[in-house]
Write a protein that binds this ligand. Structure first.
Ligand SMILES: Cc1cc2nc3c(=O)[nH]c(=O)nc-3n(C[C@H](O)[C@H](O)[C@H](O)COP(=O)(O)OP(=O)(O)OC[C@H]3O[C@@H](n4cnc5c(N)ncnc54)[C@H](O)[C@@H]3O)c2cc1C
Length: 309
């Protein structure tokens, strides 16, 4: 996940940036609370620190959060609710912000660091909630899924990849694949909960199966509250029999039909987050080994209209 940039993929740079941040941060943290370093996985890469440089409890930097509850959402996803160190402060997060989690496996030389996106309302004091999809052999996701209420997690907070300005864009198009829904949900929630932000939102949410439609209940509630400003389109590549959702992946035809706003307008913005294959298809990938044009580029969207998390 990274800032607005040309279609050529710069994942390596993003990963290196996060790695460097992680290593520097980890060295500092190791003096205080045994937090550590390694490269996080991409869904792009992070930018600079979050708004005001504030983190849980109002301070930027490292924190240890206590898990209050862990709820199984479907067969591979959990919703983890953590207590902030200060129960009276909110997390101090801004739109498009994420935290870095740290853990050091017993048999590893280096710690595992990964970015995750809080999905609860920023104004809620005392808590951060993560929605974490577990990957087979996924080091961070398996660790997070193994946590029990009362266990603690070392985090660095917050970081941000895009500076959101209310009303900068008339039409905000969010394209999410699988667990890539979390940054989109955070952004959508923040826009709609801000009475001064009038941006219209179209969310295109692609998943493998019906049960992967996490946060559906919350998305439905937002759609009902904001029928004129939010529209969600679901597409399922392997739907159940009788499934009400569109069958298929995020295709050029789907994007052409559903994306809102003039293609060449500065008031139209597209945000994208999904698994690497989906991002490569929608955004393109240009690098040493591949040179693939993205669907958005084919449809006439300019690089600066697209932000890939
Ligand atoms: C800014 C940002 C915010 C993020 N927010 C969230 C979030 O809120 N919730 C969440 O669940 N994840 C989120 N991610 C992804 C998360 O950081 C990890 O990349 C993910 O949990 C996998 O890490 P792991 O250590 O478990 O897997 P790894 O040990 O790194 O990989 C294990 C296996 O899983 C596969 N794998 C890893 N990631 C993916 C993927 N995205 N799609 C398909 N296969 C994959 C790998 O190819 C490998 O085979 C975010 C990523 C970024 C960049």
């Amino acid at each position: 996940m990274s800032g607005s940039r040309p279609f050529p993929r710069k994942t390596a740079v993003a990963v290196a940036a996060v790695g460097v941040i992680g290593i520097i941060s980890a060295r500092r943290a190791s003096l205080r609370n045994e937090a550590f370093a390694e490269h996080p996985k991409p869904c792009g890469g992070p930018g600079r620190g979050g708004p005001g440089g504030r983190g849980p409890g109002g301070r930027m930097g490292f924190s240890t959060l206590r898990l209050e509850s862990s709820q199984q959402v479907n067969d591979n996803t959990k919703r983890l609710r953590f207590q902030l160190p200060d129960s009276t402060s909110n997390a101090g997060l801004g739109l498009t912000s994420f935290i870095l989690t740290f853990h050091k496996p017993k048999d590893a030389w280096f710690p595992v660091i990964r970015p995750y996106t809080p999905i609860n309302n920023f104004d809620e004091p005392g808590y951060i909630e993560l929605l974490v999809k577990k990957y087979p052999n996924g080091r961070a996701s398996s660790y997070l899924h193994s946590l029990k209420p009362g266990d603690t997690l070392n985090v660095r907070t917050p970081m941000s990849s895009f500076k959101w300005k209310p009303n900068e864009f008339e039409n905000v198009n969010l394209i999410a694949g699988g667990a890539g829904i979390t940054p989109m949900f955070q952004l959508m929630q923040g826009i709609l909960n801000n009475p001064e932000d009038r941006s219209n939102i179209k969310l295109i949410f692609g998943v493998n199966t019906d049960k992967d439609l996490v946060l559906k209940k919350e998305l439905d509630a937002f759609e009902q509250r904001f029928p004129d400003r939010l529209k969600v389109v679901y597409t399922v590549s392997d739907p159940a029999e009788g499934s009400p959702y569109t069958k298929g992946r995020v295709t050029k035809e789907l994007l052409e039909r559903e994306l809102e706003g003039a293609k060449d307008s500065k008031t139209t913005k597209v945000f994208l987050c999904g698994p690497p294959a989906m991002e490569a298809s929608v955004f393109g990938s240009k690098g040493w080994v591949s040179n693939q044009k993205g669907l958005l580029e084919e449809l006439g969207y300019t690089p600066d209209q697209v932000h890939k998390f």
